[in-house]
Design a protein around this ligand. Sequence first.
Ligand code: SAM
Length: 296
Amino acid sequence: MRQGADPGDGGHKPALRAISPGLHFVSTPIGAARDITLRALDVLAGADVLVAEDTRTLRHLMEIHGIPLNGRPVIAYHDHSGEGQMQRLVGLLAEGKSLAYASEAGTPLISDPGFELARAVAAAGLPMTAAPGPCAAICALTLSGLPSDRFLFAGFPPSAQGARRSFLEELAGVQATLILYESPKRLGALLSDMASTLGANRQVVVCRELTKRFEEVLRGTVATLVADVETREIKGEIVVLVDRAAPAEATEESIGAALDAALQSMSVKDAATFVSQTLGVSRKIVYRIALDRSQG
Ligand code: SAM
């Protein structure tokens, strides 16, 4: 984890008492070390066993925050560690041990390991908690100025151009803010492919080095950001967000088709409300068309 140059104990003395048995996911900073939560520190201080995507990173984080290991085991685990390692962890949980799991940075499972483990623990009916905290996707959404009512986190786009274009085409019509992780080396190629798949006028926000010294938010259309990236090198860790496509203009025909489908299972009143909300058209207009159709 690229811990930022911001160490400190935050004045919190982690509770050195045992925590409840079970798996405890722990979110860790994405830059500024002080973004660790007090509860995360308590979990790291109290777990019987520490498990990490990268054991050196976790040891370093614990050192920064003054949490002693006291001889506790630190086990490496990621989603490709294999069935044997996962069964070993599930076995420890079944014995009643408490395990703290941290990925390299941010929230485990979010483009990071942890999913296979969570699935195995859920299937075994063993206890599991999460100490929530930093996540680059959510931090970027907060700063983006793009609508946050509905968003779709799509992780890293494929690195091969053909696969990346198909990936973007699939997302082109989604009525939600899109959130992607990308390497700065591929940002230019991603933006160029966005121009051909999503259109050059789509609003895009690039958040780089969040919570770190060189934090920066770039906003513009796909076209303006393509030009920006051509004139300067973008470095560091980045999140790319894309505004949703403008809704297609509703016509009497498209309203009618949507109503016909809705009227199969809904009353005229409910169908009118549903279609007016889905297509963003006045309910009065939709209701009149719905009445005509239900009577005709
Ligand atoms: N689990 C992490 C989370 O909760 O955000 C994400 C891990 S993923 C392997 C790493 C990617 O997250 C980076 O390549 C970048 O796209 C994004 N990321 C992580 N830290 C970031 C930061 N400080 N600023 C911007 N993006 C970041």
